[in-house]
Structure formats: C-alpha cells, structure tokens
Design a protein around this ligand. Structure first.
Ligand SMILES: Nc1ncnc2c1ncn2[C@@H]1O[C@H](COP(=O)(O)OP(=O)(O)OP(=O)(O)O)[C@@H](O)[C@H]1O
Ligand SMILES: [Mg+2]
Length: 453
C-alpha cells in the first residue's frame, strides 16, 4: 500500500483518482489547493504525489519546485489539461517524475505510478546504503529470485562440498564466474580460488601457467615456477573459456582428472593435485565435439555437475534486483551517488533484449552513472540501441515525451508484480503482504485470481 497525495481542484477528477488509487490498495489523500497540499505535507511523507498544474491559489509547478528543493523527495507525477510542451519540459527539468496529459489514460497512470513507486523504493534502499561507509558489496552474491536462479542456487548448495567437477555454460556475461566463486565460497575448502583464462594465453604459456615449469625448461624459464594446479591445492581451479583450450592441453587436463597426476613443464617428478575443477564456457561444446574441436572424453569428465545459466532476457524478473545490486556496487566503486532511475530510462532497460547480459547491464549502468550530473539516471544517458517497441528511443531524446512502450492492462501489471514479489520472498506470504502493502486475505484473493502457484 502506498500513500499518495493528490493535489487536484476538480472534484470529479479528484474522485476518479481516489477511486482508481483505492482500487489498487493505495491510500490517497486529496488536497484541493496548493495550501492544503503544503500543510498536509508538513506532517506526512507520501510515497508519490499526483499534481495538477492550474490550481485556485497558484501553479502546481511552484509546489513541485518547493518540494524538489529539499531532496530526497517522493516521485511527483504532473497531471494536467494544458497541452503545452514547454510546461512538460519545465516540469521534468524541475524534477517531476513524469508528466501525464488529461484526458488521462488509466493504464498509463497505473504503469507510471507502478514504475514511480518501484524506483522510489529502489532509490531509498540505494540511498540507505550509499550513506554507510563500511558497507561491503558481496561480490560472491548471486542476485535474483527467478525459478531458474533458485534452482541453480540449490545445485550449488548440494554440490559445493563435494569434489565433483562442475561445468558452467551460458552466454557471455551471464554470471558464470560469479557461480564459480560461489561454489568455492560454499565448499569449505581452505585453499585458494584461482581463475585461469584458457583463451588469454599462448599455448606454451598456458601450459606453464597450469602445470608450472622447471628452471631452464625453456628460454626465459630462469627459475622453477609452480603452476595453478599446485597453487590451488585444497582450493578451486577455475578454467574459464574452456572451449578455447588447445588440444594438447586438453589431453593433459584429462590426465589430471583421471589420475590426479601431472608434471611440471620440463620436469619428471609426478605431482598430485587435489584442486577442485570448475570450468566455464560460452561455446557449444557438443557442437565442438562433433566438429573435432573438443575431446568427448574430457567433456564427460568435466560435465559431472552441469550448470546452465539462462540469458538475462529469460530472467527479466530479476532486472530490478540486479539493477539495485549493480548500482550499489557502482556507487561504491565509482564514488557516484545514483539514487534514481527515471521512468523512461527504466522502461528502456526493461524493453532491451540484453545480448551482452548482466555484464552489459553493468557496463551501461556504470557509464550512465559516471556521466550523470545528478543522482538520477535518465534515458538520454543510456547508451542502448532503440527497440522496435520504442522506435523513438535513442540517446539525446528528452525525458518529457514518455509513453509506455506497450499498453498493458492493470491486471497484467498487478499479476506480474505480485508474482515477482512472491518469488522474491520465497513465497513467505507475510513478507509479501508487507512489501505489497495489502492484507493477507487480499493477497490470497490475488493469488487465486491470477492462478499463481
Ligand atoms: N546473479 C548475479 N548477481 C549479481 N551480479 C551478477 C550476477 N551474475 C553476474 N553478475 C555480474 O555481472 C558481471 C558478469 O558476470 P561474470 O563475469 O560472472 O559473467 P561470465 O558469464 O563469466 O561472462 P563472460 O562469459 O563474458 O566471461 C559481473 O560483474 C558480475 O558481478
Ligand atoms: Mg567469465
């Protein structure tokens, strides 16, 4: 339940808004003049404000300026009958969250309000964290509550303590390394987590990195060097970009997996490693095997515990949580203070297909956070290509022409939101009621109505 202040002098329209808000389980307060709005605000903190422009005792824009002068302030949505673009631009520039024209489309209002409340909640959480100096972003944290991510977490939990090799597959940027680190973190192993990128080094260097070398074994080998297999003793060796591993090394790796034995380059002593192997690739190993690029026997040795990470576009439920997590991380690392994502920017993030997955999301958020001159990421800062649903979208476009990319029904929005929250709290209905601001029977009715299970 959100507390919404409505400043609107038109009685009929005011009542319409009241009914609309009460139907969505919000708690509206109607003020008919600027003065009434001001005095209510001295004792109350709304979650959002719906503001008319022409009022008996002045202009809504003036109240907007007063409120915006004292951040942090709740999202303010201007609703006005004036078809004046300069007013819209002015309102957005002064800090309005969005601008809606009368006659108002209820779907548009609901979509805007949902986004406004969501981003307000998000920004409060980010703000709370930006203020604390000793906050540490947990880099091993796997953010997300979509069913497939929960399944992956369960798998990690059940295999972490064993020595079984794990093969993580998924497109670039889906979080393969995050999962690998989580496996090590939960393994209870006392050794190190050592990543090695199989595509980054020339074949002979990769071999010496993995297995080490003896002094004088090749030009430049001035001293004996221990390889990652030795160094990861009692720890985890993460073979990243496994698909790029040259054939000769695939054979040597197979031997370590079969016998636990290897030799340093140029050495004769047989060494043993108990390093746990976690490998990752974005290549289709099955196809590579058919084409002769990858050893089938090695594949079966590594694919003991397969974990496949879905692309971000198949887990868009997690977009809010990931965005929040990444912004905290970015604020910390880049010393930025992003607290808001403008409505249109948020829609653009939701409409994009994310071919580069979470890494792309992180890059785009980082770039816009650094470029932002305020605490808000606006759509013009987002360097993402326009989507088909949103043909006008593109860098440089003004915030003020915001329109929902696709018109959806209120029920669709509600269904999606309730489902997201339930998944987020792992179906703890008490917590869901608290977040959604509705009673337990109301939640039960919605679960039944939308057939959520
Ligand atoms: N579930 C997640 N929760 C939080 N952050 C994540 C998650 N998944 C990925 N990230 C973040 O996204 C970025 C990319 O993740 P990661 O490096 O693990 O991807 P990858 O699959 O190994 O990508 P590549 O194939 O390009 O190497 C990292 O900064 C990581 O912290
Ligand atoms: Mg990686």
């Amino acid at each position: 339940m959100a507390k919404v202040l409505v400043v609107e002098d038109d009685r009929v329209f005011g009542e319409l808004l009241r009914m609309h808000l009460e139907d969505r389980d919000h708690e509206p307060h109607i003020a008919r003049t600027l003065e009434q709005g001001r005095s209510w605000l001295t004792g109350n903190a709304p979650d959002a404000i719906l503001l008319d422009h022409q009022l008996p005792d002045g202009f809504g824009l003036d109240l907007l300026k007063e409120i915006a002068a004292q951040p942090p302030f709740p999202p303010i949505i201007m609703i006005t009958g004036i078809s004046d673009n300069t007013l819209a631009i002015d309102a957005m520039r002064q800090g309005a969250y969005d601008f809606i024209r009368k006659p108002m489309d209820e779907v548009e209002l609901q979509a805007t309000l949902t986004n406004a409340l969501q981003s307000h909640r998000l920004s409060r959480q980010v703000a709370a964290i930006t203020g604390t100096e000793d906050y540490q972003v947990d880099l091993d944290q796997i953010v997300g509550s979509s069913p497939r991510i929960l399944q992956i977490c369960k798998t990690i939990g059940s295999v972490a303590a064993s020595n079984a090799p794990v093969l993580i597959t998924g497109e670039s940027g889906t979080g393969k390394e995050v999962v690998a680190r989580a496996i090590h973190h939960h393994s209870g192993r006392s050794g190190l987590f050592l990543p090695i990128n199989c595509s980054a080094l020339a074949e002979n260097l990769l071999e010496s990195e993995l297995f080490g070398h003896e002094k004088g074994s090749f030009t430049g080998a001035v001293a004996r060097k221990e390889g990652k297999f030795e160094l990861a003793h009692e720890g985890t060796l993460f073979l990243d970009e496994l698909g790029e591993m040259p054939a000769s090394l695939q054979a040597k790796l197979l031997r370590v997996l079969q016998e636990g034995a290897f030799e340093r380059v140029g050495g004769t002593q047989i060494l043993n490693s108990d390093a746990r192997i976690v490998a990752a690739t974005n290549r289709d190993l099955g196809r590579m095997i058919e084409e002769g690029g990858f050893r089938e026997d090695l594949y079966y040795r590594l694919d003991v515990v397969p974990i496949h990470l879905p692309p971000l576009r198949e887990r868009m439920h997690d977009l809010p949580a990931l965005t929040e997590h990444l912004l905290k991380k970015i604020n910390k690392r880049q010393h930025t203070k992003i607290r808001h994502i403008a409505d249109k920017a948020w829609r653009r993030l939701k409409d994009y297909a994310w071919p580069g997955n979470i890494r792309e999301l992180e890059n785009i958020l980082t770039r816009s956070a650094v470029l932002a001159r305020s605490d808000t990421i606006t759509a013009d800062l987002l360097a993402i290509p326009a989507t088909r649903e949103d043909p006008g979208a593109g860098p440089g476009e003004a915030e003020s022409s915001a329109k929902p990319a696709r018109l959806v029904t209120l029920d669709e929005i509600e269904r999606e939101h309730v489902a997201v929250i339930l998944a987020h709290v792992h179906w703890h209905k008490g917590n869901a009621c608290e977040i959604l601001g509705i009673s337990r029977p109301a939640l039960e009715r919605k679960i039944a109505k939308y057939g959520l299970a």
